[in-house]
Design a protein around this ligand. Structure first.
Ligand SMILES: CC(C)(COP(=O)(O)OP(=O)(O)OC[C@H]1O[C@@H](n2cnc3c(N)ncnc32)[C@H](O)[C@@H]1OP(=O)(O)O)[C@@H](O)C(=O)NCCC(=O)NCCS
Length: 169
């Protein structure tokens, strides 16, 4: 079961992890994905996260050990910006996936993907999709492929390249 709806406390957990992720991405020369301003301080990104979380089909899964180490937000349909690859079956769509940069190498993100796959299976849903940054050297896309996803197609927004991936469960 999801850990809960995207209320203020869960949104705050996401902002903490996203801010940490921006700091980490900048430190390894990957500011092209999310820029160099923390999500909580960026008007554009914080508006995006809040608007996403306001959807009533969204639920969050969290890895907690006194502090939040990972978050996955899932919903029942692709966001508008990735709606160019429609499906005609129920799906779980991963809207946000982020883990603590202090826990790299521990497979926490892959663990959360596994939890969501089990959630889909429990509900008779056999499709899980996600989108991610597909620019730069494509390393993030390769991580999703290693985690069992296949690329469905690519899309572009001003200054940003993305792709949609899917996995049958
Ligand atoms: C992607 C993520 C959820 C995977 O979590 P995980 O299963 O715990 O795996 P790790 O954090 O150990 O990362 C796995 C590998 O992917 C790489 N990686 C992670 N995020 C990356 C990113 N945004 N861009 C490029 N490479 C990335 C890591 O450097 C690591 O590489 P290595 O195996 O060569 O050391 C997590 O790394 C993360 O939160 N990344 C930053 C935020 C992000 O990009 N989220 C996805 C948004 S669609």
């Amino acid at each position: 079961m999801p850990d809960g709806p995207m209320d203020e406390a869960n949104i705050a957990r996401c902002f903490t992890l996203m801010d940490e992720a921006v700091e980490w991405l900048v430190s390894i020369g990957r500011a092209d994905q999310w820029g160099d301003v923390p999500w909580s301080k960026s008007e554009r990104l914080s508006k995006f996260l809040r608007e996403t979380c306001a959807r009533d089909d969204l639920f969050g899964w969290f890895i907690e050990t006194g502090e939040c180490l990972g978050a996955l937000i899932g919903g029942s349909a692709a966001p508008d910006y990735a709606s160019m690859f429609p499906v005609n079956e129920p799906e779980v769509y991963i809207e946000v996936l982020v883990t603590s940069s202090r826990r790299r190498g521990q497979n926490l993100g892959a663990t959360l993907v596994g939890v969501v796959k089990a959630h889909a299976q429990d509900r008779g849903i056999s499709l899980v999709r996600v989108d991610c940054y597909n620019g730069g050297d494509g390393q993030l896309t390769r991580w999703y492929e290693k985690t069992g996803f296949s690329k469905v197609g690519v899309f572009e927004m001003p200054g940003w390249k993305g792709c949609v991936l899917e996995q049958r469960v």
